[in-house]
Design a protein around this ligand. Structure first.
Ligand code: ATP
Length: 251
């Protein structure tokens, strides 16, 4: 069992706000027309635990994370974040969930540091110490020397590190990350694993879709396999396994 934070922790400069919520996913599915995007799945992520979701391309990982983040209405079932229904329009949910699901909005005329400064101001943090926090956040993900660049001046891997910085910087005790390792080299994936482990050990709840065994081994308390077979995902059963139970055929 990993060390867990106490309930009275307050926000620090990493964006952590203390003990995360329990996430309860009950028979959630998504169907559009006659296409099943996600077959019914149930899952409980305990506060301060990390569940890695995996499965073949197109099985529904991103769809599941979008539903849990409250960005997408499920066709069946329900999701609770703590005791509240997952809905990104709910201020209480917005205040505790940071999600990296696709590319967040970036502005051509703002530098990387400007973007983080904007987030800092949005969340009402102390303006005097903002520069220090921004600098630390960029350094944390390995792009400390790129604060003066514009988003379109980054390589694809640097762009991913910037998106991670944006996501990790805002206050949150529930992190929902869709393939955060994409485009990163091995060294950066190891660094990412260390950052996410630190957030989890500080009490945050994590839900991460990933194809990366390195990241999964480093951060997962449990693994949810949505399935590996070809064809329509109809009938796939999701269940969380202890991380050591690596099923045959999985990467
Ligand atoms: N807007 C949409 N309308 C119809 N089908 C969609 C839509 N978005 C995604 N899908 C389909 O839903 C299924 C699940 O997609 P999703 O992106 O959740 O899969 P995934 O497991 O995250 O895949 P990957 O590993 O490739 O990222 C796929 O078969 C995809 O083609």
């Amino acid at each position: 069992m990993k060390p867990r934070a106490t309930a009275d922790q307050t926000a620090d400069q990493s964006g952590s706000t203390g003990v995360g919520p329990r996430v309860t996913v009950d028979e959630v599915s998504k169907v559009v027309g006659d296409v099943t995007l996600l077959a019914p799945v149930s899952l409980v992520v305990e506060p301060g635990q990390c569940v890695v979701v995996r499965g073949r391309n197109g099985i529904g990982k991103t769809t599941l994370l979008k539903i849990i983040a409250g960005l997408l209405e499920p066709t069946t079932g329900s999701v609770l974040i703590g005791d509240r229904r997952a809905d990104e329009r709910d201020q209480a949910i917005r205040g505790r969930v940071a999600a990296l699901l696709g590319a967040p909005a970036a502005y051509r005329d703002l530098t990387l540091a400007d973007h983080l400064t904007l987030i800092d101001a949005t969340w009402g943090r102390d303006a005097q110490s903002c520069e220090e926090r921004v600098d630390a956040a960029l350094h944390q993900v390995g792009i400390g020397d790129l604060g003066g660049r514009f988003p379109h001046e980054l390589s694809s891997g640097q762009g991913q590190l910037f998106r991670l910085a944006l996501t990790l910087f805002r206050p949150a005790d529930l992190l929902i990350l869709d393939e955060p390792e994409q485009r990163l080299d091995t060294q950066k994936r190891r660094a990412l694993a260390a950052i996410l482990s630190e957030r989890r050990d500080a009490g945050a709840t994590l839900l991460v879709a990933s194809h990366d065994p390195l990241l999964t081994d480093a951060i997962a308390d449990e693994v949810l396999d949505l399935g590996w077979g070809e064809g329509n995902p109809e009938g796939a059963e999701g269940h969380a396994d202890e991380v050591d139970d690596d099923p045959a055929g999985s990467p």
